[in-house]
Design a protein around this ligand. Structure first.
Ligand code: PHB
Length: 391
């Protein structure tokens, strides 16, 4: 720690010295707040998910007295509306106008890919607390870009392995954008590895919720199982429509996120649905017990996977900041510390692959009342292969 006594120096010299130190960053670091740019949706289909990620991030910071590495945290928040066409302008506002120290976002894969491009071009530290787009930790991977959630392949692949335990044929339904396409690709790989075959992929544009024609087609094909990727508010309607169409007891429905955070709204229509994800309600580990209690106490609500991903984004940022005692100018050192971080996450042990994507256990869950209850671990320490990432 740098400590200089100014008491016995002439004023002229103290001023010059202070200016030099200020320019070098040695003084500014401890007094200036750290600026966190939260670019997440607060409107549209993914509004709830965005708010929950933000809750998780802020919870970690407030558990640490509102500071990270001794510096106060200041938030700059922006609604990205899950609109890829506005992503470039929004991300640039946070980076160039607000000069944030870290860009945190977002939910939608298409928006996050543009954010990652901006972060790469401006060498801004970025942490993705949800969007699973393969490119972010694949072809576009960068030293300054990290993800605390998943690649779309991970939960898709685990869901495929899960469905293959009981079924031989499946049809997929998904929103036609990066997350839907990649999730379905992951499902197919897992399902085929388990001996199954995907016989048809059906899709509709994001965030369309006119599911009826696809459900009619599914009923005609009569596969042994179905896999769906739609999310946020869309998943509530999908699960209700699926049950109302009389499909629930005839073609078992699988998904990754399809019941996450929405069981209260889905009610009986979701009961018994099987999913695969990197978190489960009431998962038994000391960190999760404490996390659930702290989250309930602060927000009067039960946390879900989105809260965990936001919480871990703050934890990961803190791991970098602590290594440089809050001096964000030491970016290379910060990145090194983040790369080797071993976080105690509410989801279980969390570390990062070479491409900066989580290595994590994938859980089989079954919707029981208002909980996605874990039944077993489908794959331990699953890493995205990320063959295109050259860091
Ligand atoms: C995505 O766009 O990557 C995405 C959105 C919502 C989810 C999962 C993935 O629940």
């Amino acid at each position: 720690m740098l400590s200089i006594s100014f008491r016995h120096m002439p004023a002229r010299i103290t001023t010059a010295l202070a200016l030099t130190l200020l320019a070098s960053g040695a003084i500014a670091q401890s007094s200036d707040p750290i600026k966190v740019g939260l670019m997440l949706p607060t409107s549209g289909t993914f509004a709830e998910l965005g708010k929950t990620v933000v809750n998780g991030f802020k919870l970690y910071v407030s558990e640490n007295g509102g500071k990270l590495a001794g510096r106060t945290v200041q938030y700059v928040e922006l609604d990205d509306e899950s609109d890829p066409s506005k992503a470039n302008e929004n991300a640039n506002k946070l980076v160039k106008r607000d000069r944030v120290d870290v860009l945190v976002g977002t939910i939608h894969s298409g928006v996050a890919m543009t954010m990652a491009r901006v972060a790469r071009d401006t060498n801004t530290l970025m942490i993705v607390p949800n969007a699973g787009a393969a490119e972010i930790t694949g072809a576009m991977c960068a030293p300054n870009v990290f993800r605390t959630s998943f690649s779309n392949w991970q939960p898709g692949y685990a869901s495929g392995l899960l469905a293959a335990r009981k079924h031989k044929t499946a049809v997929t339904i998904s929103w036609k954008y990066a997350a839907g396409d990649e999730s379905v690709r992951g499902f197919r790989e897992g399902f085929e590895k388990g001996g199954g075959k995907v016989i048809k992929d059906l899709n509709l544009p994001f965030p369309n919720v006119e599911f009826q024609p696809l459900l009619t087609e599914l009923a005609t094909i009569k596969p042994e199982a179905a896999y769906v990727f739609v999310a946020g508010a869309g998943q509530v309607k999908f699960v209700r429509d699926y049950a109302a169409a009389g499909l629930k007891n005839n073609i078992p429905l699988y998904g990754a996120f399809i019941t996450e955070g929405t069981l209260a709204a889905q009610g009986e229509s979701a009961s018994g649905l099987q999913t695969a994800l990197h978190y489960a309600d009431g998962l038994k580990n000391p960190k999760n017990d404490a996390f659930i209690a702290s989250y309930k106490n602060t927000f009067n609500a039960t946390p879900d996977v989105f809260a965990v991903q936001g919480y871990d984004a703050a934890q990961l940022f803190a791991a970098g900041l602590n290594a440089v005692k809050g001096d964000t100018k030491k970016k290379a050192e910060m990145i090194k510390a983040m790369e080797i971080a071993k976080l105690e996450s509410p989801r279980g042990p969390l570390s990062f692959s070479k491409s900066h994507n989580p290595i994590q256990d994938m859980y089989a869950r079954v919707a029981t009342g208002n909980q996605n209850v874990m039944t077993d671990v489908i794959v331990k320490a699953l890493a995205d292969p990320s063959p295109d990432c050259k860091i």
